[in-house]
Design a protein around this ligand. Structure first.
Ligand code: PEP
Length: 248
């Protein structure tokens, strides 16, 4: 999107050791070229602080993979947005399909978490995407439009929120939609954002995620309304992640 700085975000999921997290973050920070796309890495919770240390002095941003909607309280095992902010996180991935599937997260739950993220001045990266059955049934755009309507809070655009389109069947599978299908979905998401938020929706970043690799990044990132990528597997290898960033 003209005038929009692309964002390449790495979702490390539940991978790696402490020493691997440190060295991966250090390699990303060292390898980032000036003027390149904005870069974001999202390590597992216990590695946020050490990764923050490894990123120090670089302009690679730190993010978390989830949060609780409450600022504090009796929620054993959960982590609040103020805690993430304390650890240096600036972004929070929300509503990833693995959280929607593993933890039954609804659109309403994602929206409540996004409100909490906005409340602390952090940026939500809200994930949406259809299942394979929904795509085959011709329902992909309607499903995604419904997820956007239910998951995005009213303050989303004012805070520069990020949407990540991640077709569930393309995550970690090596399969991707056709370029035409990605472009059509991103155009639909843009239309939904403008419909909901007006002119502010024109410049919100819409990332594509699902089996982005160095080999397909250039073609995907060149599509209209693709303002970056959310990268899983390939974000665990610094040179692959940096190659994707260089493809913008
Ligand atoms: C993801 O989980 O956000 C993702 C896009 O994973 P992968 O790149 O491995 O498909």
């Amino acid at each position: 999107t003209p005038g929009v700085r692309p964002l390449i975000a790495g979702n490390w999921k539940m991978h790696g050791s402490l020493s691997e997290a440190r060295s991966l973050a250090g390699a990303v920070a060292q390898g980032k070229a000036q003027g390149q796309a904005d870069l974001l890495v999202c390590p597992p919770y216990p590695y946020l602080l050490p990764v923050q240390g490894a990123l120090a002095g670089s302009d690679v941003a730190l993010g978390a993979q989830d949060c609780h909607a409450a600022a504090k309280g009796a929620h054993t095992g959960d982590v609040s947005v103020p805690m993430l902010k304390d650890c240096g996180a600036r972004f929070v991935i929300l509503g990833h399909s693995e959280r929607r599937a593993d933890h039954g997260e609804s659109d309403a739950a994602v929206r409540a978490k996004a409100e909490a993220v906005l409340g602390e001045g952090l940026v939500p990266v809200v994930c949406v995407g259809e299942s394979e059955a929904q795509r085959v049934a011709g329902e992909a755009e309607a499903v995604v439009a419904g997820q956007l309507a239910g998951s995005l809070p009213d303050g989303f655009a004012a805070a520069g929120g990020v949407v990540a389109y991640e077709p569930v069947w393309a995550i970690g599978t090596g399969r991707t939609p056709t370029e035409a299908d990605i472009a059509a979905m991103h155009a639909r998401i843009r239309a939904e954002l403008v419909g909901r938020f007006g002119a502010a929706g024109e410049t919100l970043r819409i990332l594509y995620g699902g089996s982005v690799k160095p080999g397909n990044a250039k073609a995907i990132l060149a599509l209209p309304h693709v303002d970056g990528a959310l990268v899983g597997g390939a974000s665990l290898v610094a040179e692959d992640f940096l190659a994707i960033a260089s493809a913008v």
